[in-house]
Each structure stands twice: as structure tokens, then as C-alpha cells.
Design a protein. Structure first.
Length: 224
């Protein structure tokens, strides 16, 4: 399960990269985003304009299997996912995500940070849900799509986020596209050889810890 990610970019950079028409979020430069916290997502508003909004990470009920991550193999099997697949798709801007690897002779757990060196700003495919409180205020919550990892990562990182390429972003955020058969081709797992993973501070396990050093590589000797 992916339970931490970072976005080391400001909202202006994200807006330009993804063709956002209106920015309604200030959740840029986040170094340790955790479930139940607020993050930025790219979605279409009721006028079909691409906007950058704030959203809670984790669908309700929070304990449900698909709240944080949704396995792309289960799409179409559950009615609520089928509904969101048609009209409530979003993109989660991301610079990298965290996992954990057992290292050394003592097999100690070590936080790892994974990036795609050729893509400093990633687009994770996701769904969101929204509702209004009695006072009229709109709330949103999202889940990110994941798939089984492959290659060298599979030994220690069971799941990876679904990263969309440019064509994938355009079709995923196209409000006129409702056929899963046309979207499925973009939901391929991230190829391990395209990524780079390195050890970082275990402080990222603390959801209250938010600092630029979360994404800094540390030297811990031979951790292979």
C-alpha cells in the first residue's frame, strides 16, 4: 500500500504542467503527505474546466479497502468504483512516493523514496468523491490507483501508483470520455527500470513530520 508521497513543487508549477484553468489549493511543496491529510488534486469542475482543488486523502468509510489505494484490477467490480470511473476521475500531482525496505544483517526497516528521474512531476491516476455539508460547503476525498510492482522493486515494494503519461492525463481528465475500455490502456504499472529508489529518514513514518529533509538521500552503508 502507498501511504506516503511528496509534492516538491509549488502550485504555479503544477498548474502550468497540467494545463489547470483555476487554482483553488495551496497544498504545494508537501514533503510527507499521509492518509486523512489534505492534498492537491486536479479535477474538472461543473463547467468542465480543469481546476486544482484541495481534497482529503482517503474515501469514506476510511477503513474500507479502497479508501487510500484502489487496485486497478478491481475496477468495474464494485458499483461505487464504476460510478467514479465514469465521472469522478482525478490526477494527484506527485514528485515521488515512499515505501519501506528491510536492510542490513539485522533486517532493519528503512524508509525509501522512489522517483522517476526523467519526470520531476508525476501524475497519479485517482478517483474522488464529493458531498456538501448542511451549510453548503463542499468536501472532497480521493483515492489513488495502484498496481503490482515489477522488476527490482517487486522484492520490497508490492504496489506502485499508476503514473499517467501525457496522453493518459488528457484522456483521464477528459470529461467526455466515459468508456473504461478506452482508458484501460493508460493504467499500466510503473516500469521498475524507469525509477530510482533511495533511503531516506525514517521520520517520514511520523505523519506529523513535514520537512524538506524527508526527500533527502541518506548514507546507510550497504543496504542492498
Amino acid at each position: 500500500m502507498i501511504e506516503r508521497f511528496a509534492l516538491t513543487a509549488d502550485m504555479e508549477e503544477v498548474a502550468v504542467r497540467f494545463g489547470v484553468r483555476q487554482v483553488m489549493s495551496e497544498q504545494g511543496n508537501r514533503f510527507n503527505v499521509a492518509p486523512t491529510q489534505t492534498a492537491s488534486i486536479i479535477m474538472n469542475d461543473r463547467h468542465d474546466r480543469r481546476v486544482l482543488q484541495e481534497s482529503r486523502w482517503g474515501l469514506f468509510p476510511f477503513w474500507a479497502k479502497d479508501a487510500i489505494n484502489t487496485d486497478h484490477d478491481t475496477l468495474g467490480e464494485k458499483p461505487f468504483l464504476h460510478r467514479m470511473l465514469k465521472t469522478q476521475r482525478c490526477v494527484i500531482p506527485c514528485s515521488g512516493f515512499y515505501g519501506q525496505k528491510m536492510i542490513g544483517k539485522e533486517r532493519d526497516p528503512r524508509a525509501m523514496y522512489t522517483t522517476v528521474p526523467t519526470q520531476p512531476l508525476l501524475a497519479i491516476a485517482g478517483f474522488y468523491d464529493s458531498w456538501r455539508h448542511f451549510g453548503g460547503r463542499e468536501e472532497r476525498a480521493f483515492t489513488m490507483l495502484t498496481a503490482a510492482s515489477a522488476g527490482h522493486m517487486s522484492a520490497w515494494q508490492p504496489k506502485v501508483p499508476i503514473i499517467l503519461d501525457e496522453d493518459g492525463v488528457e484522456e483521464w481528465l477528459n470529461p467526455k470520455e466515459r468508456e473504461f475500455s478506452r482508458l484501460r490502456k493508460h493504467l499500466e504499472p510503473l516500469e521498475g527500470y524507469l525509477t530510482r529508489s533511495y533511503p531516506v529518514t525514517n521520520a517520514v513514518h511520523d505523519e506529523q513530520y513535514e520537512s524538506p529533509d524527508c526527500v533527502l538521500e541518506i548514507s546507510i552503508g550497504d543496504f542492498a
